[in-house]
Design a protein around this ligand. Structure first.
Ligand SMILES: [Zn+2]
Ligand SMILES: [Zn+2]
Length: 129
Protein backbone atom coordinates (compact mmCIF):
# COMPACT_ATOMS: atom_id res chain seq x y z
CA UNK A 1 0.00 0.00 0.00
CA UNK A 2 0.98 3.67 -0.43
CA UNK A 3 0.30 6.92 1.41
CA UNK A 4 0.93 7.95 5.01
CA UNK A 5 -0.32 4.84 6.79
CA UNK A 6 2.33 2.30 7.79
CA UNK A 7 0.05 -0.70 7.60
CA UNK A 8 -3.53 -1.84 7.53
CA UNK A 9 -5.21 -4.98 8.81
CA UNK A 10 -7.78 -6.43 6.41
CA UNK A 11 -10.03 -8.16 8.92
CA UNK A 12 -12.21 -10.08 6.46
CA UNK A 13 -9.17 -11.44 4.60
CA UNK A 14 -7.12 -12.01 7.80
CA UNK A 15 -4.30 -10.22 6.02
CA UNK A 16 -1.97 -7.31 6.75
CA UNK A 17 -1.03 -4.79 4.10
CA UNK A 18 2.19 -2.87 4.60
CA UNK A 19 3.47 0.39 3.20
CA UNK A 20 6.44 -0.70 1.10
CA UNK A 21 8.20 2.67 1.15
CA UNK A 22 7.99 3.03 4.92
CA UNK A 23 8.87 -0.63 5.45
CA UNK A 24 12.07 -0.24 3.43
CA UNK A 25 13.09 2.78 5.50
CA UNK A 26 11.94 1.61 8.95
CA UNK A 27 12.33 -2.16 9.12
CA UNK A 28 13.02 -2.28 12.85
CA UNK A 29 10.06 -0.04 13.67
CA UNK A 30 7.84 -2.31 11.60
CA UNK A 31 8.97 -5.37 13.52
CA UNK A 32 8.67 -3.59 16.88
CA UNK A 33 5.47 -1.60 16.36
CA UNK A 34 3.60 -1.90 13.10
CA UNK A 35 3.35 -5.68 12.78
CA UNK A 36 2.27 -6.26 16.42
CA UNK A 37 -0.23 -3.39 16.12
CA UNK A 38 -1.82 -4.74 12.93
CA UNK A 39 -1.57 -8.39 14.02
CA UNK A 40 -3.38 -7.43 17.22
CA UNK A 41 -6.22 -6.14 15.03
CA UNK A 42 -6.46 -9.53 13.29
CA UNK A 43 -6.30 -11.49 16.55
CA UNK A 44 -8.86 -9.19 18.17
CA UNK A 45 -11.21 -9.68 15.24
CA UNK A 46 -10.77 -13.47 15.24
CA UNK A 47 -11.22 -13.82 19.00
CA UNK A 48 -13.69 -11.07 19.92
CA UNK A 49 -15.47 -10.37 16.63
CA UNK A 50 -16.79 -6.90 15.91
CA UNK A 51 -15.43 -4.57 18.59
CA UNK A 52 -13.99 -1.06 18.59
CA UNK A 53 -10.69 -0.96 16.59
CA UNK A 54 -8.49 0.27 19.46
CA UNK A 55 -10.80 -0.67 22.30
CA UNK A 56 -10.09 -2.68 25.43
CA UNK A 57 -9.97 -6.03 23.58
CA UNK A 58 -7.27 -4.76 21.19
CA UNK A 59 -5.36 -3.21 24.10
CA UNK A 60 -5.58 -6.53 25.95
CA UNK A 61 -4.08 -8.42 22.97
CA UNK A 62 -1.30 -5.84 22.65
CA UNK A 63 -0.41 -6.14 26.32
CA UNK A 64 -0.90 -9.89 26.86
CA UNK A 65 0.17 -11.38 23.52
CA UNK A 66 2.89 -8.97 22.46
CA UNK A 67 3.78 -7.49 25.84
CA UNK A 68 3.93 -3.96 24.49
CA UNK A 69 2.22 -0.74 25.41
CA UNK A 70 -0.84 -0.25 23.22
CA UNK A 71 -0.28 2.83 21.08
CA UNK A 72 -2.84 3.78 18.49
CA UNK A 73 -0.29 5.36 16.20
CA UNK A 74 3.23 4.57 15.09
CA UNK A 75 6.21 6.75 15.88
CA UNK A 76 8.24 6.71 12.69
CA UNK A 77 9.49 9.32 10.29
CA UNK A 78 6.90 9.51 7.52
CA UNK A 79 8.32 12.57 5.76
CA UNK A 80 9.23 10.58 2.65
CA UNK A 81 5.59 9.68 1.99
CA UNK A 82 4.02 12.84 3.32
CA UNK A 83 4.27 14.81 0.10
CA UNK A 84 5.84 18.15 -0.44
CA UNK A 85 4.83 21.18 1.60
CA UNK A 86 5.36 24.83 0.83
CA UNK A 87 5.67 27.73 3.23
CA UNK A 88 3.10 30.53 3.08
CA UNK A 89 2.77 33.64 5.19
CA UNK A 90 0.03 36.02 6.22
CA UNK A 91 0.52 38.99 8.53
CA UNK A 92 0.99 36.99 11.71
CA UNK A 93 2.42 33.53 11.10
CA UNK A 94 3.49 30.99 8.52
CA UNK A 95 1.52 28.06 7.15
CA UNK A 96 2.62 24.83 5.51
CA UNK A 97 0.51 24.20 2.40
CA UNK A 98 0.30 20.86 0.64
CA UNK A 99 1.46 20.61 -2.96
CA UNK A 100 -2.18 20.27 -4.06
CA UNK A 101 -3.12 23.59 -2.42
CA UNK A 102 0.12 25.22 -3.53
CA UNK A 103 -0.58 24.31 -7.16
CA UNK A 104 -4.12 25.70 -6.89
CA UNK A 105 -2.79 29.01 -5.62
CA UNK A 106 -0.13 29.11 -8.31
CA UNK A 107 -2.77 28.43 -11.00
CA UNK A 108 -4.92 31.17 -9.36
CA UNK A 109 -7.74 28.71 -8.75
CA UNK A 110 -7.69 29.27 -5.00
CA UNK A 111 -6.78 31.85 -2.40
CA UNK A 112 -6.32 31.17 1.28
CA UNK A 113 -6.88 33.66 4.07
CA UNK A 114 -5.57 33.58 7.63
CA UNK A 115 -8.33 33.15 10.19
CA UNK A 116 -6.47 35.20 12.81
CA UNK A 117 -5.36 38.31 10.93
CA UNK A 118 -7.53 38.10 7.81
CA UNK A 119 -4.63 38.62 5.40
CA UNK A 120 -4.22 36.48 2.31
CA UNK A 121 -1.51 33.81 2.37
CA UNK A 122 1.50 34.50 0.17
CA UNK A 123 4.15 32.01 -0.89
CA UNK A 124 7.52 32.71 0.72
CA UNK A 125 9.40 30.86 -2.01
CA UNK A 126 10.47 28.22 0.49
CA UNK A 127 9.76 24.52 0.11
CA UNK A 128 9.57 22.81 3.52
CA UNK A 129 9.98 19.19 2.46
ZN1 LIG B 1 -4.83 0.28 14.59
ZN1 LIG C 1 -2.43 35.75 10.11
Amino acid sequence: MRGKAAGKALLQLNTIKLNTVLFAENQQAFIDEVLPHELAHLITHQVFGRVRPHGKEWQYVMAKVFGIKPERTHTMDISSVQGKTFEYQCGCRSYPLSIRRHNKVQREESQYTCRSCGNGLAFTGKQLS
